[in-house]
Design a protein around this ligand. Structure first.
Ligand SMILES: NC(=O)c1ccc[n+]([C@@H]2O[C@H](COP(=O)([O-])OP(=O)(O)OC[C@H]3O[C@@H](n4cnc5c(N)ncnc54)[C@H](O)[C@@H]3O)[C@@H](O)[C@H]2O)c1
Length: 444
């Protein structure tokens, strides 16, 4: 028995080895049997009145984020098999029994693309059920999750090989993700985002959720999809306001960590908005247009921040910029503000806070606000009162292990996380200036 911990109780570390189908514990330095070694470990400690076992079992999630074109073209394999790596055989999965897929689709997206989705599965001879649902922010609650679970159960799927497919905006992807994470404790699911916001944000991480007890995304899980399929042609049917909404989350990544993306949005943002971020066809890496480049950078920067912290164990998150006051604001005025609009109002205020703290120059602050206005985003809102700001920051403090952890820009494309609560006078002065300078920009 080794005594490898600093406490007075001796602790024994066991590896787990599978020999002829049975897992057995083996002391680390006394490995006697050859077999499959697990990454899991068991630490055993003798106590005065018994024994304690501590299990450390690393869980690895692998998911693919795949950009593609014409996802609903029956000649395109992606929707059916894109979640499986190139090295894995697709045929063997489909040989023994008919392929089955359960699809949840946002009701509006169904009106626009439902017949193409049906034609896709019919042409591929897939046994399928398409469930259109009104996945709006007001409906984002457990009832939708239950409805999906009942329908999935009635349809019947093989939870190992028949992922549930979600096609829609962030609400649809979040709700389906939660249902999938609950069904038989975890059923694989696929995300097909159809809004810009869900394309660059909701679809590339692990979070699922629904609103609960008046709180935004109060119920949820950290279970990534097996795959996300990104096809920007869906944006063509989005109203411009929804494009602006998504541009807010892209701007967030630009402000936090990518000066180049900020410059792109500053120079071309308006053009991108009006062209609905449609990427030129025949694009090559060397001649990437601004739509493709801005989308690519937004996703890369988002993945960089999310992948090492999928479970949000580290509370210092740059991606939380714009998400300190906005959840409270968004829920309070629902449905007046879209998610990205509320995020932008929060970011706009925080830019004033950063300026007041001496982190941003007046010129940098003005350039950011002008960029926001160029993207047709609201920069101020009458319901975003000083009381709401203070309440949100206090809430934040309660849930962030005693330190507020506030990401703030320190330049155009650089940021830092501040752990101390903003001094009251800084907050009040920033709020005053923000209201004086921006209230006439109109609240959406
Ligand atoms: N899980 C995460 O990490 C994460 C990250 C960011 C946001 N979110 C969540 O995402 C939600 C916001 O997502 P959203 O902005 O996509 O909103 P949304 O899902 O409500 O979709 C917006 C609207 O666009 C319509 N729509 C969708 N695709 C369309 C298309 N191609 N053409 C025409 N209309 C279309 C929808 O019917 C809906 O009315 C929020 O609930 C937010 O909490 C989650």
């Amino acid at each position: 028995m080794d005594s490898n911990n600093s406490s007075c109780s001796p602790q024994t570390k066991y590896n787990l080895v599978q020999v002829k189908g049975t897992w057995i514990r083996q002391m680390e330095q006394h490995q006697v049997q050859e077999g499959k070694l697990s990454d899991a470990k068991i630490y055993e400690t003798k106590l005065e009145h018994g024994v304690s076992w501590t299990v450390i079992s690393p869980i690895v999630f692998t998911y693919r984020v795949l950009q593609c074109k014409n996802i609903l073209d029956p000649r395109n394999d992606t929707l059916l098999w894109g979640h499986i790596g190139d090295e894995e055989p697709k045929g063997t999965l489909s040989n023994s029994k008919p392929v089955k897929r359960f699809v949840v689709i946002d009701a509006t997206v169904h009106e626009l693309y439902g017949s193409q989705v049906s034609q896709y599965f019919e042409a591929r001879e897939v046994v399928h059920r398409i469930l259109p649902l009104p996945t709006t922010e007001e409906n984002k609650c457990m009832e939708l999750v239950t409805k999906i679970l009942e329908e999935v159960h009635a349809f019947g799927i093989d939870r190992r090989s028949e992922p549930i497919i979600a096609i829609g905006g962030g609400v649809c992807l979040d709700v389906v993700g939660l249902a999938a994470s609950l069904y038989r404790r975890r059923t694989p699911y696929i995300r097909v985002p159809t809004t810009l916001l869900s394309y660059v944000d909701a679809s590339v991480g692990a979070k699922t959720g629904v609103n609960f007890a008046g709180g935004k995304n109060k119920l949820g899980s950290y279970i990534p999809p097996v795959a996300t399929f990104l096809d920007c042609s869906f944006f063509q049917t989005l109203p411009k306001r929804q494009i602006s909404n998504g541009l807010a989350e892209m701007l967030k990544m630009a402000l936090m960590k990518h000066r180049g993306l900020f410059q792109l949005l500053e120079a071309d943002g308006r053009k991108l908005l009006h062209a609905k971020l449609q990427c030129a066809t025949g694009n090559s890496i060397e001649k990437e247009d601004s739509a493709s480049a801005s989308i690519r950078i937004a996703i890369e920067t988002m993945l960089e921040e999310l992948a090492p912290n999928l479970w949000e164990d580290d509370l210092d998150r740059l991606v939380d910029f714009g998400h300190l006051i906005s959840p409270e604001l968004e829920m309070r005025v629902l449905p007046a503000l879209l998610h990205g609009e509320a995020v932008n109002i929060d970011m706009s205020f925080m830019v004033y806070v950063a300026h007041q703290k001496g982190l941003l120059t007046a010129e940098e602050k003005d350039r950011i606000i002008q960029c926001m206005l160029g993207l047709d985003l609201p920069v101020w809102h009458q319901d975003c009162t000083l009381t709401l700001v203070q309440k949100s920051l206090k809430e934040r403090l309660k849930h962030s292990a005693g330190s507020v952890r506030m990401p703030l820009p320190t330049g155009l494309g650089t940021a830092e996380i501040f752990h101390d609560m903003i001094e009251d006078n800084v907050l009040c002065q920033a709020f005053q200036k923000w209201t004086t300078e921006l209230s006439s920009s109109g609240d959406k």
